[in-house]
Design a protein around this ligand. Sequence first.
Ligand code: HEM
Length: 431
Amino acid sequence: MVPDSDLPRRQFLRAAVALGGASALAACQERTDGDAVPAGDPAAKPARQHAWRDHVPHDDSGNSLLPEHQVLLYVDFDPDGPPDEDARSTLDAALSTLDRAYEWSADGLLHTVAYSPTYFDRFDTPLPSSVDLPPPRALSDFEDPTFDTQDAVVHLASDRADVVLEADEALTGDRESVNSESVDARLTDVATVDSRRTGFVGAGLPAERQDAAGIPDSNPVPEESPLFMGFKAGFVGNQATEDYVTIDEGPFAGGTTKVIANLRQRLDDWYGEQDYPERVAELFSPGHAEHDLVDGVGANLGDDSKVDRFLDDIEEQARATGRVGHAQKAARANRDDDGNVRLLRRHFESTDDIGSDQPVASLHFPSLQRRISTFEAVREAMNGTDITAATPAVRQRVNNGILEYIFVRRRGNFLVPPRRHRSLPTPRPEE
Ligand code: HEM
């Protein structure tokens, strides 16, 4: 399948990533006129697979601009049981093709492979205690997600639509070479793709894709917004550093853990019933609205959302205004005793509807942290259960941050090993 060639260039490229496959790639390459893609040097790849921050552009305030086009390949390895050396070297060869073909950057390709608790269940030996990787679970009593328990997830990300598509084809298609590098082994030689998910992030892309279920027909998403909800997220001051989320001991030192949720968005009331100050209050905090701290999509906030000013008297603010902010609730659990931020969020939008052709607005929400339990604690703080007890105006899903508009459909937990153990690791790779 190929996207409609009448679509404007950017829309065409995004549609090609969503479709995937050799014909979408060929159509995409025609549209990108064969612009050169920087080649990779395997020796220059960072030891951490999650080392992205120094390899993506930043805005004027130093906030990371995540790669515009992203693909998640959820895979199961064949057959059951612990993988053998042949499978390990095949996967290593497949991933090395990407290392050689593309520079480690948003102009080239960033990629990771991460493994689930189900994968590690194939072995008799458990993971060491330095890795906290429980199976995914529901994190509120009002969500009932499908759990992603596939063995692994491969994440491909680039500012170039043709690069993510070509890398996907190198792993799962029948191409003999990519960016002048020969393809001698494929992911699909050792695994089956269970689910392919795609997405996009960055100013302009959500506005272009707002003809999706979940977004009202009034085309409310501003052109400048990197996300469907109309605001920027991921200010560098409200993100953990890559060092902070890196496992610092044991055989997986240099790795991290990754939760990936998919959240359906229903934004009719977000845009239809809330005015701009109410949206600011619900996403940031009532104090942000009261003091007019946010302008437009929030670029004026600079490198920090300023939410720390509004944490101490959160219940009082909720009683006074009848609302509590999303960032405000989450931030309470998102600092350690020294004030460091604990989660590194790297979310991006999607209009995939897994299993149908109808575009549906959703968010792929990868979060990196040293321990999965840290994510769980922050997510539980975001439920705001304590605030619902403090004032009747805030209910489980009403006036309670953005919980009225987001619905967790899927969640999976994964270990992102350091690069040296990225190919089918055992639970004790250094023993
Ligand atoms: C459509 C869904 C979501 C949108 C549009 C969204 C948007 C935002 C925005 C605009 C901020 C404030 C700016 C920033 O610090 O990045 C924020 C903060 C935050 N959000 Fe979300 N978010 C969403 C879902 C989630 C989910 C599912 C979690 C799960 C834990 C989460 C956790 C956080 C955290 C931890 C912060 C930072 C608070 C801090 O420590 O300062 N968000 N989000």
